[in-house]
Ligand binder design. Structure first.
Ligand code: N2P
Length: 370
């Protein structure tokens, strides 16, 4: 299946603005059996129950970990931070999860994460400096960056034709979308999709004015006749299969589908001029993990330079691992849609934990969809 690497684009600018992100530290995670366990370097204490976004790890890396450590990796998948949080809150036990920035902050507050034992993760030294003290988890007490990327639009250029503008209008303006064969696909994700509508209206995606959120909800409602689906899993295939004309989604998944398509030139990935999301996904261990030592060993394995590069060479998402860089394919490192140029970065925001306001994103998104 994945991944082809043939599309050469110039200019690499590596580095990351995390400064504007909210959230903060908090006590927590010290009350379980896992918290009393000391893990040594390379120790395992059972199979790894990995709960991850779909299409987010090279199967060969999973096999390599299993063979190196004599354990099995049991994979389960989720399609949004909120869906993952609900599972963890309902008491389902996993050993390793991959929450985004703001969700790390929320889970720290809710005491759902285990403090990391850094002695078991010496490869943490491989992280690029921008990822060593993020605002959502100062000092990396609970999390380590896995991959980062952007959220934007995959566009079928033939279908959209003269209507192609680098704007969220490509999914939200019915005057445009009514002409798009198959309509458009939007992420089934409260922060991403309400955030996109807020950006379309000129607001921050972290705006906490309820009137603005109601406007964003109404933008989605008005666009609904031409929204084929709210989906966070098949949107990339839907674009290149011709089921929809425009897909809202994550950079790596859309680029992988486009590069693998029969006619890659017929599609493009854009971050709309109104701006979009820059996100950092992180490895973290739930407070009630049954196999915390295997989880630490997996984190250390993924932070190895060559393994980090293998991950990015398969996902087409950017790596937070400085030691990986020499092993990452040049066409990935040099692609400004994977490692955004400074010009693109100006338009990006990181989703912040809005605390008690967070529920409004979920509620208004449900209203928009109903
Ligand atoms: C991978 C999804 C990337 C996660 N399929 C976006 N935070």
């Amino acid at each position: 299946m994945r991944r082809r690497t043939t599309w050469m684009v110039p200019i690499a600018v590596v580095g990351l603005m995390l400064a504007a992100c909210g959230g903060g530290g908090g006590a927590g995670g010290d009350t379980t059996a896992a918290a009393d366990t000391t893990c040594e370097l390379d120790q395992t204490d059972g199979n790894l129950n990995l709960y991850n976004w779909s299409d987010y790890i090279d199967p060969e890396l999973v096999t390599a970990f299993e063979e190196q450590y004599g354990v099995e990796v049991v994979e389960s998948f989720y399609e949004s931070n909120e869906a993952m949080l609900a599972q963890i809150q309902s008491g389902v036990s996993y050993d390793l999860i991959v929450p985004s920035d703001y969700m790390v902050s929320i889970m720290i507050e809710e005491e759902l994460l285990l403090p990391l034992q850094k002695d078991a993760i010496p490869n943490i030294a491989n992280l690029a400096p921008e990822f060593t003290d993020p605002p959502y988890d100062p000092g990396l007490r609970y999390s380590v960056a896995y991959q980062w990327g952007t959220t934007g639009l995959g566009v079928n250029l033939e279908a959209v034709g003269d209507a192609f503008v680098e704007s969220w209008a490509l999914v939200f303006d019915p005057e445009l979308t009514q002409n798009f064969p198959g309509g458009v696909s939007l992420l089934d994700d409260p922060r991403e999709t309400m955030g996109a509508a807020l950006k379309y209206l000129g607001y921050s995606l972290n705006d906490t004015d309820l009137d603005h959120l109601a406007e964003a909800r109404d933008v989605i409602r008005a666009a609904k006749p031409y929204i084929a689906t709210f989906d966070s899993d098949q949107y990339d295939e839907a674009l290149v299969n011709g089921e929809v004309s425009v897909s809202h989604g994550y950079s790596g998944d859309l680029l992988a589908a486009i590069w693998d398509a029969e006619n890659p030139d017929a599609y493009t990935y854009v971050i709309p001029e109104e701006g979009g999301t820059l996100w950092v996904d992180n490895m973290a261990i739930p407070a009630d993990a049954e196999h915390p030592c295997t989880a630490h060993t997996f984190v250390n394995f993924m932070l190895d330079g060559e393994n980090g590069a293998a991950l990015t060479n398969w996902t087409y998402y950017a790596s937070p691992n400085a030691a990986a860089e020499p092993h990452i394919l040049p066409e990935i490192l040099e692609d400004p849609t994977i490692y955004p140029s400074d010009e693109i970065r100006q338009r990006l925001e990181i989703i912040a934990d809005t605390g008690d306001y967070e529920i409004n994103f979920t509620d208004y998104f449900a209203q928009a969809k109903s």
